[in-house]
Design a binder for this molecule. Structure first.
Ligand SMILES: [Zn+2]
Length: 418
């Protein structure tokens, strides 16, 4: 327990001009961590900062609560002893290719080594990526072993179906000029809109044009590597990939209105198989709940779908979302491939996804894709037929047939009282 923070004058960042040149200039896209420079988003030494926003994404707000409640020293520095990555990812050539990676810091896992001197001198530089090892226990993997589809090998899969993984947590770190270019908008429009649409949360977005990096208050992503992280980037070694956007209700709780957990579990099974066959598997789990519109919006849409005249049916699937949210989807897959480039990937042999937005974005970013694999239809829950039919009709990739108009008009989802 520390004392409550003492009352000190509030330093507003809403007026331009009153600042010195940054102590640690950044050269985004430089070929080494030292040349690029450290991202410094510390709150304890404001003069060292070279980024807008701060660490931990949306959890920064909880950290503020902990400080406000007197439970956290506002100038606490993390003790990073023994926290270094279990597996070295990169450096890969893509890390030094201009504009290839604009939404994460490729050097974010190795800061304790690259900037050891600065950290020793007291500069508060923090990792934005952490890499560790784990084992996954999922009933779907146990069922795959019981059914004979997978066998324990003692390396990638153990016992009744426990999978070895290397996993990396990645915080978003946006290079604003690069993000703007990715969306083909000008940087000032991006900065102004981010400022206005967060109710003015980060004035430096508009007052500090010299700060090019923004740590947004949003969720990041987690990478799960099955196989050998050292060979994921090797195009000669077969690679299976699923990029999965969070759906907490299905992924964690098994809610049956969509195909998210079945597809995720299928992806993990395919990744384990790839590793056992001498290749590698990668699952990237993005915190983009409800097409990045949030879970409240998502549940409102579920009700609207199930209460509409004619019942829950595929031909109204996207329209109902647009009625509530104003857009059908806010995931903007344009930034998604960054994490694949961080892994050094140049070729994906099997992409486990039906989404054309994901496929187009991956291929458009220069990664070659071999085969596309859709979800096996026996894994689609009955109530999720509406979603799958709507996606197929909208042109999502699939290796089976596409439902016709009469099929799309049929109510298929369960009613709210069932
Ligand atoms: Zn879902």
């Amino acid at each position: 327990m520390t004392d409550k923070p003492s009352i000190s004058p509030i330093k507003l960042t809403s007026h331009p001009g009153d600042h010195n040149p940054v102590r640690f200039p950044l050269r985004w896209g430089a070929a080494s961590a030292r040349e690029r420079g450290p991202v410094v988003a510390t709150l304890s030494t404001p003069t060292d900062r070279n980024a807008v926003g701060t660490h931990s994404g949306s959890y920064a707000v909880y950290r503020a609560l902990a400080v406000a409640a007197g439970r956290l020293d506002p100038v606490h520095r993390p003790d990073l002893t023994d926290t270094s990555p279990t597996d070295l990812i990169g450096p890969h050539p893509q890390w030094g290719e201009p504009d290839r990676i604009v939404s994460i810091d490729p050097w974010g896992a190795g800061i304790t080594e690259a900037f050891a001197d600065d950290i020793r001198d007291g500069v508060d530089i923090r990792p934005t990526i952490a890499v560790t090892k784990a084992r996954l226990q999922m009933p779907e993997l146990e069922r795959a072993v019981a059914a004979g589809r997978l066998k324990s090998c003692g390396v990638h899969l153990h016992g009744v179906g426990e999978a070895s993984v290397t996993k990396a947590a990645v915080e978003p770190v946006w290079h604003l000029p690069g993000v703007a270019a990715r969306f083909d908008i000008d940087e000032s429009t991006l900065r102004r809109t981010l400022f206005e649409q967060t109710a003015g949360m980060f004035p430096e977005l508009v007052t500090r044009g010299d700060l090019e990096v923004f740590l947004p208050p949003i969720g990041g992503m987690t990478v799960y590597i099955f196989g050998d992280p050292k060979t994921v980037a090797d195009p000669q070694i077969p690679l299976t990939v699923r990029v999965h956007d969070e759906c907490n209700g299905s992924d964690v709780f098994g809610s049956d209105i969509c195909t998210c957990r079945p597809y995720l579990a299928h992806g993990i099974e395919e990744c384990v198989r790839a590793a056992q066959e001498g290749g590698n598997g990668v699952i990237v789990y993005f915190r983009k709940e409800g097409r990045a519109l949030g879970e409240v919006t998502k549940f409102l849409v579920y009700n609207a779908r199930k209460r509409q005249a004619g019942g829950d049916r595929a031909d109204q699937y996207f329209a109902r979302t647009e009625c509530v949210a104003g857009v059908q989807d806010a995931r903007f897959q344009g930034l998604m491939p960054d994490v694949l480039h961080w892994l050094g990937i140049r070729r994906i042999d099997r992409l486990l996804s039906m989404s054309n937005m994901k496929y187009d974005s991956i291929v458009g970013s220069g990664i070659e894709v071999g085969e596309r694999v859709s979800i096996p239809s026996d894994l689609v829950p009955a109530d999720a037929r509406v979603e799958i039919d709507a996606k197929l009709a909208a042109g999502y990739f699939n290796d089976g047939g596409v439902p016709d108009e009469t099929e799309l008009k049929k109510p298929k989802g369960r009613g709210l009282e069932d």
